[in-house]
Write a protein that binds this ligand. Structure first.
Ligand code: AMP
Length: 193
């Protein structure tokens, strides 16, 4: 699989610990270094803004997609490579998926949860088959992952649903998992050498 665009879902709040901001910055930089286009919500707020700025400063391509009615709240940057102003949230989500080959979920709030679950359910319904990597930094997503496992344990979801996503615990591991999708078989080859 050749990945060229990676969509990042993450929080829009500025009132979060520095450690989350540093990870967002590191992910933005590394995506740009790898010449992977960044697709995101378009706003210059929270982890979203930090990630986009880091990617742009590293010479990356950054595509923002923002609904008209939250422009004032999320303040799209005028430095983005492309900024799409769309009529509503549904169009935003659809476009983010259509423009991307893989997804990274960083810590976030309700908006991030909404986007992540839609992405997971669309994959379950075979509307896409792209990698979804969740950065579970310092256990931030532990309870959410435990809840998904509970839905399986109680029979509301099926065991293969746990394969819809992968979990990384560090920025480095996010890229190890991305590499696995970009260069499938490389690990096996290296293992044989
Ligand atoms: P949050 O995690 O709540 O800080 O939100 C992260 C991003 O998700 C923000 O850009 C929100 O505008 C966006 N968001 C919130 N609700 C939705 C939704 N229903 N569909 C798409 N994006 C959303």
């Amino acid at each position: 699989m050749i990945l060229s665009s990676v969509c990042v879902y993450c929080g829009s709040s500025n009132k979060v610990a520095q450690k989350y901001k540093m990870s967002a910055q590191a992910i933005g930089k590394e995506l740009a270094r790898r010449k992977l286009h960044v697709v995101f919500g378009g706003g210059q707020v929270g982890l979203m803004g930090i990630l986009a700025t880091a990617a742009l400063e590293e010479g990356g391509t950054v595509i923002g997609i923002i609904p008209e009615h939250i422009r004032e709240r999320e303040l799209p940057s005028d430095r983005l490579t492309e900024l799409h102003i769309v009529p509503d949230m549904h169009t935003r989500k659809r476009m983010m998926v259509d423009h991307s080959d893989a997804f990274i979920i960083l810590p976030g709030g309700l908006g991030t949860l909404d986007e992540m679950f839609e992405l997971l359910t669309w994959k379950k319904l075979q509307l896409h088959n792209d990698p979804i990597i969740i950065l579970n930094q310092d256990g931030y997503w532990d309870e959410m992952i435990a809840l998904i496992k509970k839905t399986v344990a109680e029979g509301f979801s099926q065991p293969p649903d746990l394969d819809l996503f992968e979990v990384a615990t560090s920025v480095e591991e996010v890229f190890t998992l991305l590499d696995k999708h970009m260069f499938p078989g490389k690990e096996t080859l290296t293992g044989r050498m």
